[in-house]
Every structure is written in C-alpha cells, then in structure tokens.
Design a protein around this ligand. Structure first.
Ligand code: PGA
Length: 231
C-alpha cells in the first residue's frame, strides 16, 4: 500500500519539521512493504530523515530560469526530491491548469525521471450521469499523457469527495478503480475524504493500491492511524 499525505497550503516550515521528526519515529509501525510519501508546501521542502519520501505538490516545467514565483528541478534536486503531484483537481479548477498544461507537466517530469502521482477525478454533475459518463470524463484526463510511463502512479479523486467529509462509497470506488485499471495498469490510489473511520473499508477494496490524503494527513497521529490500519 502507498500512503500519500498532501498538506496542500497547510503547515509552515517549522511545523512540517516537527511533523517529519515525529513521523520518522512512527515509521517503525508501518509494514516494510508499504510506502509513505509526504507532499509539504514548497516552503517546507527539505531533506528529512526517515523511512518515507518527500515530494513536491507542484513545480514548473524547467530546471531553473526566469520564471518569477516558480520552483523548478534545481530547487527540488537540492533536497533529493523526485516525486511530484500532477493534475490535482485544485490545480485544474482553482489554478486553471488545462489538460494541455497538465500533460506538458507530465511529459517534462517524465523526461526528468520523476515519480509522477497523476491525479484524475470527476465533478459531481458527471458522477450523477453514471458510470459511463464518469469513465469518459476520467479517460479524457489522460489526453497527451504517456500512460505507459513506468514511474507513474494514478490517483483517482472524485472532486465532490475532496475535503467534503463524504468519501465515495465502496461500490463507486470499486467499479471506477477496476475500469481505470482495465485501461491503465498502474498503481492506483484513491483520494477524497479518506480518514481513520473509513480507511479499512477503502484499502480493502480490490484495485485500491493506496490512498492520497489531505485533511486527515495534517496531524501526524491521524495520518499514522491510516498507515497503521494497514498492518
Ligand atoms: P481530502 O483531500 O483528504 O482532504 O479530501 C484529498 C486530496 O485532495 O488529495
């Protein structure tokens, strides 16, 4: 199982360091074969000791250069970071990243050899149209994306389940994951209101290879409840 923590625009550099020190201590409770990846905000990217990886929530498609406000590969490599989230719905919806921008990012970080956690997910109005509409929407989010890239992980995150407290139900996760896997055979995470009281059910679903967690990852003890539940 893969347990990925997406802090979004939460935590400071100081509170992230405190979190990582505690997380490192608690990694003895995770199964050896499980993986933990933490995506702190850019200001808290650093080298941290512990049996977990640190990734970037976003970066620009260049190594370095005249791109005011951005960070690139040079700033990530300083800390040995080579995992990145691409295509998160908040970047698509709020930061207005089009499919073309997302696909360009995927391609760039692929050529850099990064592990890419590629996020897809449908809005509520599409979910309400049923499974076929959902799959058509999700598969269109692979336009321009090299689905064969072997250092990629897919994260299915229904937009209506993110931060809403209402995760998708087991049937929705199961049918969507098995259809995604049939099209693209990569590790597949579920994200959207994953928390201690639903983790067991979610990771028990076939074709769920892990979780991408926002709110419930912000406190180390709550995130560790998820990781430990897999043991
Ligand atoms: P959530 O966010 O766990 O707070 O719903 C998940 C995500 O956006 O990755």
């Amino acid at each position: 199982m893969i347990f990925a923590a997406n802090f979004k625009m939460n935590h400071t550099r100081a509170s992230t360091r405190t979190y990582m020190i505690e997380l490192a201590k608690q990694m003895k409770y995770k199964k050896a074969e499980d993986r933990v990846i933490v995506f702190p905000p850019a200001t808290a990217l650093d080298s941290y000791d512990g049996d977990f990886a640190v990734g970037a929530q976003d970066a620009y498609t260049a190594t370095s250069g005249a791109y005011t406000g951005e960070i690139g590969v040079e700033q990530l490599k300083e800390f040995g970071i080579n995992s990145i989230l691409v295509g998160h719905s908040e970047r698509r919806e709020i930061l207005r990243e089009t499919q073309e921008v997302v696909a360009t990012k995927f391609q760039f970080f692929k050529t850099q050899g990064f592990e890419i956690i590629y996020c897809i997910g449908e809005p509520l109005e599409v979910r309400e149209q049923g499974h076929d509409a959902v799959m058509e929407y999700l598969l269109a989010q692979f336009d321009g994306v090299d689905i064969e890239y072997d250092n990629s992980i897919i994260a299915y995150e229904p937009i209506w389940a993110i931060g809403s407290g209402r995760s998708a139900n087991a049937d929705e996760i199961s049918s969507t994951h098995s259809a995604i896997k049939a099209a693209i055979n990569r590790p597949l995470l579920y994200g959207g209101s994953v928390k201690p009281d639903n983790i067991k059910e979610i990771i028990g679903i076939k074709d769920v290879d892990g979780v991408l967690v926002g709110g419930a990852s912000l406190k180390v003890n709550s995130f560790m409840e998820l990781v430990r539940c897999a043991c």
